[in-house]
Design a protein around this ligand. Structure first.
Ligand code: NAD
Length: 260
């Protein structure tokens, strides 16, 4: 379905971004990977995707905490893959702390990576999408773009910002063939969430399995993690003709979290 299209997926060396990159490559899209990690492992991931799906896969290691890092990844994809038709703004970090003691450098880093880089990426990609009359922007926000929880001030501010940015871009691009939507996952068992499970287990001196079960039952009524494959499937759907008139939305994938 996506043969001939080119996708940028930020933060795609791990977790949700990797699941989405795999799903888009599985539909025939060429992919620009981005994110941190061991250079040899990233290269074997890149080559593995090319072989498995018969698409072109490139890697750009730009640090999205830096000013215009998101723009740099998009411009590199335009130069090396010809265009950017699909932009998945996925890279993100978390920091957990009460607001009074929230470290200033963590606030700056969370806002830079989770929100400002999304703006830079869209700003760089949108003109080409509009000129070609087709584009899909998929922002990985969070259930925390819709509701709050304690001790995640920067993350929740950034994700609510992403939801607002998504609406604005959708309106500005409404007549151009470009859609812009946000996906709002609840708990997904990735390294980002494993770190929170481990911290909770250590703090309360309980086994990790118990910490994991408690986190699910507090927030996610299905008591099941959303999988990276499910999120990859939703991203593919948003790129499909069936989704051409879906824009400006924020789609929760959170086992009933926000129904409560
Ligand atoms: P993850 O830690 O597994 O992956 C994060 C990715 O971002 C990695 O590839 C990492 O290298 C990259 N990254 C981090 N900092 C970067 C930087 N400065 N520059 C470039 N790349 C950087 O996390 P994940 O759980 O897959 O999270 C992906 C996105 O999904 C994030 O935006 C996160 O907020 C969001 N999300 C996750 C969950 C969850 O439960 N895991 C829930 C809702 C939303």
């Amino acid at each position: 379905m996506l043969k001939g299209k080119t996708a940028v997926v930020t933060g795609s060396t791990s977790g949700i971004g990797l699941g989405i990159a795999r799903a888009l490559a599985g539909q025939g899209a060429d992919v620009m990977l981005n994110g941190f990690g061991d250079a040899a492992e990233i290269e074997s991931l890149r080559v593995g995707l090319e072989r498995e799906f018969g698409v072109r896969v490139r890697y750009n290691g730009a640090d999205l905490a830096l000013s215009d890092g998101g723009g740099a990844v998009v411009r590199d994809a335009q130069a090396r893959l010809g265009a950017v038709d699909i932009l998945v703004n996925n890279a993100g970090i978390q920091h957990v702390s009460p607001v009074e003691g929230f470290p200033l450098d963590r606030w700056d880093a969370v806002i830079a990576i989770n929100l400002t880089a999304v703006f830079h990426g869209i700003r760089a990609a949108l003109p080409g999408m509009k000129a070609r009359g087709w584009g899909r922007i998929v922002n990985i926000a969070s259930v925390h773009g819709l509701v709050a929880s304690v001790n995640k001030a920067a993350y929740i501010a950034a994700k609510h910002g992403v939801v607002g940015l998504t609406k604005t871009v959708a309106l500005e691009a409404a007549e151009s063939g470009v859609t812009c939507n946000a996906i709002c996952p609840g708990w997904v068992l990735t390294p980002l969430v494993q770190a929170q499970i481990d911290a909770r287990a250590a703090e309360r001196d309980i086994p990790a399995a118990q910490a994991r079960a408690e986190m699910l039952s507090e927030k996610q009524p299905t008591k099941a993690f959303t999988t990276t494959e499910q999120l990859g499937g939703l991203a593919v759907f948003l790129c499909s003709p069936a989704a051409a008139n879906i824009t400006g939305t924020s789609l929760p994938v959170e086992g009933g979290w926000t129904a409560q």
